[in-house]
Each structure stands twice: as structure tokens, then as C-alpha cells.
Design a protein around this ligand. Structure first.
Ligand code: ADP
Length: 181
């Protein structure tokens, strides 16, 4: 799907293998690494990424939910990693939708400021953080679409879904235009 000059692409895969300017990490607010996609990114990207996370933590004390920071991509094919912190799901009435949307928008803004033309996202918050993926997918896609409508920085915004089941949920959300508005 095309939004202005930006292509929105959904695919199944491992985000650490994506050749794009920026990949986005679903980090925790301590920027200390963890399991899931965070663990995979640090494992494949090597220790320079954590060294830069340590420096950011020393400077600003981590990264609150909805915000984003940027480091090198280390050994990854991507030039940079944007680390964003999604909300932990607590039932949906604790500001989770706005925090999730902000995580996507602030990641896009920060990557664009660093000259990125291509970016790949995982499904933020829908693993260990427990955000129901049927509710998260339209927020993720809506944020990407709204950014692309307002700003033509990106040639491509990719969503890399780890399982075929997750890919199907994102595909249905994209097909259902109303859920993305
Ligand atoms: P969070 O704590 O934000 O929920 P997780 O890493 O637990 O983050 O999960 C976010 C999503 O990332 C999940 O859908 C998970 O299946 C997916 N995931 C895990 N490893 C990878 C990977 N290498 N590439 C892409 N997605 C991944």
C-alpha cells in the first residue's frame, strides 16, 4: 500500500536480517536489553549497541514509554537502531493506545531526523508486554499512515511480523481501512 510517497509493507521475518536504514527495537525503559526482539537485536548487533544504550542511560536515565532513542546498528545490516518503549498492557484504560501510537510516531520522527529513508518495525508491545495484537495492529498501521501523510521522508516503512499468524492479523487490519483511520 502507498501513502503519498511512502510504501507501507508487511512481511513475515526476523527483523535483525532486514537491510534498511533503521530497525526499531521494542526496548524496556532501562535500555538494558531483554528477551524477544530486544535480545535478538543485541545478540546479532553486538556490544556496541549496548555501550551506546549505557551512555544514553547515564545521560538521561533511560527512555520512558512512548519515547525513542537512537544508537548505531553495530553488526546489523541496518545503519541504526531506534529503541522505543511500548506500554505494558494493563487492560487498556491506562493510556496504552496513546503510548503505543507515540512509540511509533517518535520512532519515525527520530529516524527521519537521522536521514533514514527506509525503516522496519517489529510489533511493539505485543510480546512480553501483553498488548493484544488485534488492538495493536491498527494503531501501528495508523501511526505509520498518519506520519507518511504528513511527512514524505520515508520511501518505505516495513512491519516485520515474527509469525505468519501475526502477519495475517496485520494484513487484515490494513485491508480493513476503517480500523486504520
Ligand atoms: P514487547 O516487550 O514490546 O512486547 P517482545 O520482544 O516481547 O516486545 O515482542 C514484540 C514482538 O516481537 C512479538 O510479536 C515477538 O514475536 C516479536 N519478535 C521477537 N523476535 C523477533 C525478531 N527477531 N524479529 C521480529 N519480531 C520479533
Amino acid at each position: 500500500m502507498r501513502v503519498g510517497k511512502t510504501r507501507l509493507l508487511l512481511k513475515q521475518g526476523d527483523i535483525t536480517r532486514e537491510t534498511v536504514d533503521v530497525i526499531v527495537n521494542a526496548a524496556n525503559s532501562g535500555l538494558r536489553g531483554g528477551g524477544g526482539v530486544d535480545g535478538a537485536i543485541h545478540r546479532v548487533g553486538g556490544p556496541r549497541i549496548m555501550a551506546e544504550c549505557d551512555a544514553i542511560r547515564a545521560r538521561q536515565g533511560g527512555c520512558p514509554p512512548g519515547q525513542a532513542v537512537i544508537t548505531t546498528g553495530g553488526q546489523l545490516p541496518a545503519q541504526h537502531v531506534v529503541h522505543t518503549v511500548g506500554p505494558i498492557w494493563r487492560g487498556g484504560a491506562r493510556g496504552e493506545p496513546d503510548l503505543l501510537r507515540n512509540a511509533y510516531l517518535n520512532s519515525l520522527r527520530l529516524a527521519a531526523e537521522h536521514g533514514a529513508k527506509t525503516i522496519a518495525f517489529p510489533s511493539i508491545s505485543t510480546g512480553v508486554y501483553g498488548y493484544p495484537i488485534e488492538l495493536a495492529a491498527p494503531i501501528a498501521l495508523g501511526a505509520a499512515r498518519d506520519f507518511a501523510l504528513a511527512d514524505s521522508s520515508f520511501e518505505e516503512i516495513r512491519f516485520i511480523l515474527f509469525s505468519l499468524g501475526d502477519l495475517g492479523i496485520y494484513q487484515r487490519a490494513l485491508a480493513d481501512r476503517k480500523s486504520v483511520v
